[in-house]
Design a protein around this ligand. Sequence first.
Ligand SMILES: Nc1ncnc2c1ncn2[C@@H]1O[C@H](COP(=O)(O)OP(=O)(O)OP(=O)(O)O)[C@@H](O)[C@H]1O
Length: 236
Amino acid sequence: MSNSDSGPAPDPVLRIQDLKYSVRNRALFKGLQLTVSAGESVAITGPSGSGKSTLLSSILGLIEPHGGSIRVSGADVTKLRGRQLARLRSETIGTVFQFGELLPELSPLDNVALAALLSRSDRAGGYRQAQELLDELRVPRAGTTEELSGGEHQRTAVARALINSPELILADEPTGSLDPDATARIAELLFDLPRRRRCGLVLVTHDVEVAARADRVLRLEAGLLVPARAQEAVQA
Ligand SMILES: Nc1ncnc2c1ncn2[C@@H]1O[C@H](COP(=O)(O)OP(=O)(O)OP(=O)(O)O)[C@@H](O)[C@H]1O
């Protein structure tokens, strides 16, 4: 079947080509490739120290690779600087990490609304949307974020990641500090996002059961991403 009259295919939400990066004379990425489409989830596993978090930092433009390109929705992160890079980070990419992105002394509502207010000036709209997301994700109203359980904290982090309707979500060990029940619920929430919101999801995890929920499971090994073997994706 030809789709020649349907116009050019949209840019993938993420396309990494020939990525090279070394730390302390050790090559972490040796021509790494990765393409993620809208609506797709990819889990990345791999040994400790193989460079999984560094890969997410590279996508965020926090480190400068020594070669290759990283395109997020068509824009090459490696060529962006200053305000353009900050805008890409806040408007096109959402992040969910194990710790750190929420300010414990602020309320969940303030934490989520803050992410909206940093990229636009509609204060009332930002707060309204933040409350809608928190209600949708069933985060209880709390005085401060540190009063939340681990699972509620991570649902708040997901709300914060979603507030600017990102095209790409990066998650680094998002279930790392959770008990098995909360892990299962957060994993379900995250892996549902590409289908419901047409974004791409790249999720780094050591948890093979979490990884197995992704559309594709890749392993970072010797500087390249390779398909994880089936038994690695299902073994607990
Ligand atoms: N800023 C830095 N300066 C020097 N070395 C660094 C820096 N950042 C990371 N590294 C090194 O790069 C390697 C990869 O680190 P990274 O945190 O990306 O691994 P990882 O696969 O995410 O590990 P883990 O699974 O343990 O979280 C490690 O050897 C680390 O010590």
